[in-house]
Design a protein around this ligand. Sequence first.
Ligand code: B3K
Ligand code: ZN
Length: 887
Amino acid sequence: MRTEDPQLVRLADYRPPDFLIDRVALDIKLDQKKTRVTSRLSLRRNPIGRAGAPLLLDGDELLLLGVTLDGQPLDTSRYAVTPEKFTFAEPPEAPFELEIEIELDPSANTKLMGLYRSGSAYCTQCEAEGFRRITYFLDRPDILSVYTTRVQADRKEAPVLLSNGNPVEHGDIPNSSMHYAIWYDPFPKPCYLFALVGGDLGRIGDTFTTMSGRKVDLAIYVEHGNEPRAAYAMDALKRAMRWDETAYGREYDLDVFNIVAVSDFNMGAMENKGLNIFNDKYVLALPETATDADYAGIERVIAHEYLHNWTGNRITCRDWFQLCLKEGLTVFRDQEFTADQRSRAVQRIADVRTLRGQQFSEDAGPLAHSVRPDTYREINNFYTATVYEKGAELVRMLKVLVGEDTFARGIKLYFARCDGTAATVEDFLACFEVSSGRDLSHFALWYKQAGTPSVAIASTCDERAKTLTLEISQDTRPTPGQPDKKPLIVPLAIGLIGANGAALPLKAEVDAFDGATQSELSRGVLELTTARRHIVFREIPDRPVVSVLRGFSAPVQLVQSATDEDLVLQCACDSDRCARWQAAQSYATRLLVAAARQTPVGANQASIAAFGEALRQIVATSDDPPFTAQVLTLPSEADIAREIGENVDPDAVYLARQSLRADMGRALSRELTRLHRDLDQNAPYSPDARSAGRRALRNTALDLLAASDDAAGMRLAKAQFDAATNMTDRVAALGVLCLIEGEAREEALDDFYKRYAGDALVIDKWLTLQAIIPHAGTLDRVRRLMRSDAFSMGNPNRVRALIGAFAAGNQRQFNAPDGSGYEFIGECVLLLDPKNPQVAARLLSAFRTWRMMEPKRRRPAEATLQHIQAAQSLSPDVRDIADRSLA
Ligand code: B3K
Ligand code: ZN
């Protein structure tokens, strides 16, 4: 029997809306404490809705001032209203107009959902369900309406007034200090894409001519004085616009495209139609204030939000269960954009690192869910690595399965068929069924089944028969609510490498039972569709090395029988750079897991030496610095912990990783010293991928050198810190100094603070570097920093930089055996929850790995979660994470 859970929303319960809203006319008079919102809704019954159904509009903390029906005041006896709901029991059968007047207090809105204040500006955030905090509405993504928005404000306080669509009119209101602007968005859109901004902001402008020759005015609005910092974002925007035209034939559709950067924002950015609102972290950059990673982040997020114009806005989601339809696809598209702008292989490696670090960890714990979940309590908790990153992997896998051209035809059909609609995952897949002629129902299981499949490959060679037999099997462990898993369709990109390092042709028994098909062999992609498969390759001269999952062709955990020597050969010779990197990671993981499990010390020495030698070869022969930097970067502590899987001791994991970094630093000291010296630190800064890649390698070298020799590392880092001409090198040096206890660290931290005090985004880096110091004493430091001027609990960026970094980036101190780290995060969650539940819930999700810890850590983690669960008046956001973490 199912226990009643009033909060639970089920995909199976989806019903088309009973009413449609064709047009929305908003009139918003901005005031810091008393904003007036009048919304005139053109409503009609949905022909496929329930006949005679009442009109139920959503609200959230709303104060109703008045309602009219077709211009006449609606008698209070005809409706019922609470802050959360407006009920009109017997609305007219014929189309009608409802005008609703609301009063809001933007200054009191600390949830940063709906209309709120960031600094001296007014701004909005409506996804997922924030529009109901602005007015009563059918707040669901399948209600598509054409919006006209009139915004009024004090001319001095808010000279800039923006909303979605094209500007229609603006002017002064005679005999008053007020002015107004009218915006019209001709594209029917769901209310979660509504946006409004008012404030005194600086502007940088540009233009873009679309492929059909239309001129679009582009603008980025920032705080006055920050204009020069927005130039890179503007450049990225124009590149993204051009790329969507060349790669997908998608053209921009309004006369203007505006971006506004604000300092108080719950996430990265928001793709509101024609008016993207951004966390300023993803807009503002100058070489002196932003790192290469910041520049790359800006390029990616600017592109992501822009690309949503077609995948998300023109084609939106029918309901929130379909979130991956817009997010997975748009992440896939932003990854491809970056791959085309930068290095494809390095981009792929970076994306795989993120997937493993974030999504695989999510999948391995109590918060695991499918890419398209079938229930939720709080939709804001489903903007996850699974929906985004794994969602993108499913699109990529689909492309591998159907092939590039067929994929291109399928997506073209999707744009043609679904434009202007609120679509589902089924609608999306149907387009690829048409383009490929394949039945994709088995593939669709990837959207429904949670968990990371393990794919095991065992190979045996028969030297006399000159055959190689591969035994491939898959298995997915149970996840919450899904005890029994079915086999998925897994595309495995494969190659065979001969003893001399050259590729061997793929020849196998074609079309024999369970054998390979000709198409699989010619594409180099085996399709695993059952729990097990065995394939015999013919004409194999000597035992080859099997390279599987090239390009990371499926989001699976590979369990390989490769020997250390195989991995070394693959690392040196595989024609696929992602597989080379993967071989190095696998080798390192073996060493790290053995060390963390405290396999007798010393037993590993020969293997470590062989690993060092393999890396030396790569460093010596590679002409691809960012690739080399990736190869030299070990799996994270979280990755190692996940690999160990149970009874994890984060101290042992940390020490194992430290010790291997030190070994690497020693084994490669000559090469690393040379790299650090030769990779020009004095060249003028440019954020391009090539220059950034050289800095990445140089700073990786510094990090490893310091790991092997504190004193020398400190000298080098100190010199680099003092001489740095850009933020990338300065922060990298400070990061190294932070890992070495002593005065030099404190001096450098003081110096950094003095240089950048007042520049909040830079000071965030300073907060993070201190929060992730793996040594005892960090928690006291974090508590001290929380009391400093640099910190504010009201600003999500500060919270993430300090507290979020401690919880998610400091495995050792967060998981301290005395429970102090857990307790601290628990306190912060409870403190933050009444103000900003979304940020609080995100912070709490750091507990997602608690069950894999050793018992002495599991106990205090569980106690903290129970303490939170027992708290009075939790937000639905935090309650949902706490409940699921303990379930
Ligand atoms: N669509 C937004 C995320 C909204 C999050 C709401 N809790 C940003 C993006 O993915 O582009
Ligand atoms: Zn998105």
